[in-house]
Ligand binder design. Structure first.
Ligand SMILES: [Ca+2]
Length: 359
């Protein structure tokens, strides 16, 4: 068992993925034209990762979804499932549909899910994300409707029918939908390869209370179910997202793409990061949920270690805190990969290159 040792977070296939990314960059630069057939052969062999994204848009969710939906070659986004979180469910569902329209991805269904957390009183984050869940852009009613059926039912049916350990489930908001699905039918675990979540905090401290990060605080009982599920879990906590910050240059880079997606992302980030820069005294703003998609696309850019994570569900000052055994002092079994560091410029370069592929 690994003890007290910083390990690279990248899974076993990462050297090849890293190679692909590098050769792709070189090819873009026109330096390796002779290698094209080999690169094409690799690309044909690497099938896009099938995943479901559970989300509560949310400004940083919007950036995450644009990034994910831009990466058809790497991510096979089967559906977006929505949950109440940053704002109420009707608004998170509308915002997810808005992003789908911005990304021109009518092939991706959007299922509305849980309108409130499992047990606790609902909380929202309108002071950060605005009353509509996203600021800096005009919201609108998208043409394409929600898919029929409840997100929890979609998760159950899809994960039961999926090949063993094939689907990645990404959660970018409170984990109510995934937890409800796990409770209703624990057999869904068979179809899950990994849960990759944005949430929690350890070294950074909380962002909604001194101890708790918003997504876990908004439904700690749900996160408790997820962490006790024995599923492979990778956590993108505030510990890493508060290190991977925007800058005026990075936002300008998005705007300078010159397409609608770049302008939309820049307008949203300009409005969104102002709150965090003021609140935390940071030089730029974190883009929490988009960092999570960055991890999926380029895991070799991130570092972390296997830990035990427990969620505090007791009423009190540490309600909703993630208790992370970073130094293995409890001897509790490892149940999550906890990410602490990432390549910030690499991430923003990736985001800019990817959004250039959108309308
Ligand atoms: Ca979110």
């Amino acid at each position: 068992m690994k003890k007290n040792k910083l390990e690279n977070a990248a899974p076993a296939q990462s050297p090849r993925r890293h190679f692909l990314a590098q050769s792709g960059a070189l090819l873009t630069g026109g330096l390796l034209m002779g290698a094209l057939p080999m690169q094409a052969a690799f690309a044909a062999a690497a099938k896009p990762l099938p995943l479901i994204i559970d989300t509560d848009p949310g400004a940083d969710d919007v950036i995450a979804l644009l990034l994910a939906l831009s990466a058809r070659d790497k991510l096979d986004v089967r559906a977006l499932t929505t949950v109440a979180g940053n704002v109420q469910l009707n608004k998170t569902s509308r915002n997810a549909r808005m992003v789908r329209e911005w990304a021109n991805r009518p092939d991706v269904p959007v299922y509305a899910g849980s309108p409130r957390p499992m047990l606790r009183t609902p909380i929202y984050a309108a002071e950060v994300h605005g009353a509509e869940g996203v600021t800096g852009v005009q919201v609108f009613e998208p043409k394409q409707p929600l898919a029929k059926g409840h997100a929890v039912q979609y998760l159950i049916e899809t994960l039961l029918a999926a090949p063993p350990q094939s689907m990645t489930v990404v959660t970018l908001g409170p984990q109510t939908n995934l937890a409800m699905a796990l409770i209703e039918n624990p057999g869904i675990r068979q179809g899950i390869k990994e849960v990759v979540m944005m949430g929690g905090a350890h070294f950074n401290g909380g962002n909604i209370t001194p101890a708790a990060e918003f997504n876990v605080f908004a439904d700690p009982h749900a996160s408790d179910v997820v962490f006790k599920s024995s599923l492979p879990i990778t956590v993108i906590p505030l510990d890493v997202t508060h290190k991977m910050l925007t800058s005026p240059e990075r936002i300008a880079g998005l705007r300078n793409i010159g397409n609608k997606a770049g302008k939309t992302a820049a307008d949203i980030l300009d409005a969104y990061v102002a709150h965090d820069i003021k609140q935390y005294g940071l030089p730029g703003g974190p883009v929490h949920d988009a960092t999570t998609i960055g991890y999926l696309l380029r895991p070799e850019m991130f570092k972390g270690r296997m830990v035990n994570v427990e969620v505090d569900t007791r009423e009190g000052p540490t309600f909703g805190a993630t208790v992370v055994d970073y130094y293995h002092s409890s001897k509790r079994p490892e149940n999550a990969r906890w990410i602490t560091d990432g390549d910030t410029q690499g991430f923003f370069d990736l985001l800019t290159a990817q959004l250039a592929k959108l309308p």
